[in-house]
Design a protein around this ligand. Structure first.
Ligand SMILES: [Zn+2]
Length: 257
């Protein structure tokens, strides 16, 4: 399997990163995609890429919440551009980027500006996008409308409604990231997932956040990915090995081809 979204470079893993990678491998999770947040963690991210080159693959981008209340956000964007220029082969995607109005609605204009700039960068470099959306689905659909035909992207940890889903599923190069939330009791995702073809689903943990049942409240890690695959298998009425196989194919298609 491939964990299509983990922040294993996060401080939460400083004490046992090696063991976490080994546990993941023991559960069949051989590769991980590491989306960037901002300059405070670029160093840790790159360290993981250098130390575990056959396991960890990096995305570079500016997270929408790092735009909030940050007078240096335009400098941060320039940094993303220069990382792409200096090490073009190092990055498998632009991410994570997008819109997040959960913490504050005051920086929507700045977030939109940063996101559009990074979409244009992805199109220019022919890279896929890892898109984060929280409490901003209408704004997300409106903003991506002019670009989505040409984009290759995953809407990571999907949390929109049915009409958002049907809109983005019209486009073949768009994938839906599924993580621990799908295992939660009150989640609307199992119902929505019935309309998503297997060929459009990626597995992710978003570690250290959003652990699946029965690890809620604990640190999430990539070795829990099979629990998410099992839940999707149950929802779809398919064999879990088929889910694992197809989601790997999808992830390879988006990031490695
Ligand atoms: Zn993330």
């Amino acid at each position: 399997m491939i964990d299509s979204h983990t922040h294993i470079f996060d401080k939460a893993f400083d004490g046992d990163r090696e063991a976490v990678i080994q546990r993941a491998a023991a559960e069949g999770v051989e590769r991980m995609i590491l989306p960037a947040i901002d300059s405070t963690s670029h160093g840790a991210l790159i360290e993981c890429l250098d130390k575990y080159p056959s396991v960890c693959f990096g995305a570079i981008g500016l997270h929408p919440t790092s735009v909030n209340d940050n007078p240096a956000w335009e400098k941060e964007l320039e940094l993303v551009v220069s990382f792409l220029e200096c090490h073009p082969g190092r990055w498998v995607a632009i991410g994570e980027v997008g819109l997040d109005l959960y913490w504050s609605k005051d920086f929507l204009k700045e977030q939109q500006h940063a996101f559009v700039k990074q979409i244009e960068l992805a199109l220019a470099k022919n890279l896929p996008l890892i898109i984060h959306t929280r409490d901003a689905w209408d704004e997300m659909i409106a903003l991506t409308e002019p670009y989505i035909r040409d984009m290759r992207a995953v809407f990571h940890s999907f949390s929109g409604q049915e009409h958002h889903l049907s809109k983005i599923l019209q486009y073949d190069n768009i994938y839906i990231g599924m993580g621990g939330v799908v295992t939660y009791n009150k989640s609307a995702l199992p119902e929505l997932l019935k309309d998503v073809p297997l060929e459009r689903i990626l597995l992710e943990t978003d570690a250290p956040y959003l652990p699946p049942v029965p690890y809620r409240g604990k640190r999430n890690e990539s070795s829990y990915l099979p629990l998410i695959a099992a839940k999707i298998a149950e929802i779809k009425g398919e064999d879990v090995n088929l889910i694992k196989k197809i989601t790997v194919q999808n992830t390879v298609e988006l990031f490695f081809s």
